[in-house]
Design a protein around this ligand. Structure first.
Ligand code: MN
Length: 310
């Protein structure tokens, strides 16, 4: 699924958030429309724009899809960010302007780097029928790579490790002694945890700030309940995370070194100034080649009107 669609037509400007220390701050995710689906958007929020380099997080489903209904997100551009697609259930075909055509299934990771420009579409397979459930995230690229080349990585298998009463899949970064080979341009982590009833203690990197969403079930952190639709910000300087569950639960933990660069986000773009976003959008609309072409039967998604030029 693509975060793009539902993105607000407002501009989100950040100065680097002031990271808190070893806290549990729970906020409600915002409901947003992505195509026909309602998603729970936990980033960006008014009070928290980034967690490490992670700057966008949509949780979609579970919903039921068929061969002829479901995910159909037409071509749209990105710049200055990585898109991360992670499925709990379902199948999606990714197509992009690099010529990639890639089926993704649960347990696999799609990581697309936009750099100075890329476009992609996310389509139903035409054969899958069943539950669709997952997350779409964006990771801001640092100055060193954000104007660089676009790229795409598919990770068919990711490292897994058992910790206490959980099975942890490492999407990005290092968890304990286990490291994902997924690209990272700024130090970060992303892990999926299947947690069984009882107490689980995860090791964390205290130099990172972290945030957690619940994909299914419910967990407690220091007595505070976290359910789907909430976002738990966990701060910096935390050596470990104690997760308590009374039944099976599934969580997604993200984090990283606080992102030091102020960013500006609008629609599907992450940049450093309003002018830069407007220029990118003009070039997408002009079809001048910067964002390439996607071999998709779907119609491109029109951007909202850009009224922010100043
Ligand atoms: Mn997208």
């Amino acid at each position: 699924m693509s975060g793009n669609l539902g993105s607000d037509d407002t501009v989100v400007e950040t100065t680097p958030d002031e990271p808190d220390h070893d806290c549990v701050e729970i906020t409600a995710s915002k409901n947003a429309k992505v195509g026909n689906a309602t998603v729970r958007r936990s980033l960006p929020q008014r009070t928290r724009r980034t967690v490490g380099p992670w700057c966008f997080e949509d949780h979609f489903g579970p919903t039921f899809v068929t061969e002829t209904t479901g995910l159909d997100i037409g071509p749209h551009p990105h710049m200055g960010l990585h898109t991360v697609t992670w499925l709990v259930a379902g199948e999606v075909v990714h197509r992009d302007s690099l010529g990639t055509e890639q089926l993704i299934k649960p347990g696999q990771l799609n990581l697309m780097t936009a750099g100075e420009g890329v476009s992609h579409a996310e389509e139903r397979t035409g054969s899958y029928r069943g539950e669709m459930h997952g997350v779409q995230l964006w990771v801001a690229q640092p100055e060193a790579t954000r104007n660089g080349a676009a790229a795409f990585e598919h990770h068919a298998e990711l490292p897994q490790v058992e910790v206490d009463r959980s099975v942890v899949t490492v999407l990005a970064g290092t968890f304990g002694d286990t490291t994902s080979t997924a690209r990272q341009d700024h130090p970060m982590i992303g892990v999926d945890g299947q947690v069984r009833a009882g107490e689980t203690v995860w090791p964390l990197n205290p130099a990172f700030e972290h945030g957690l969403i619940v994909l299914s079930g419910e967990v407690s952190i220091r007595g505070q309940h976290v359910t789907p639709g909430n976002f738990a910000y966990l701060g910096l300087d935390r050596e470990q995370l104690e997760l308590a569950a009374t039944d099976d639960a599934r969580v997604l933990l993200i984090g990283g070194e606080p992102f030091p660069e102020p960013i500006v986000m609008w629609w599907n773009y992450v940049g450093r100034s309003i002018e830069e976003l407007g220029e990118a959008n003009d070039q997408w609309l002009a079809g001048n080649g910067r964002f390439g072409d996607v071999a998709s039967q779907l119609k491109p998604i029109p951007p909202p009107e850009f009224i922010w030029r100043r």
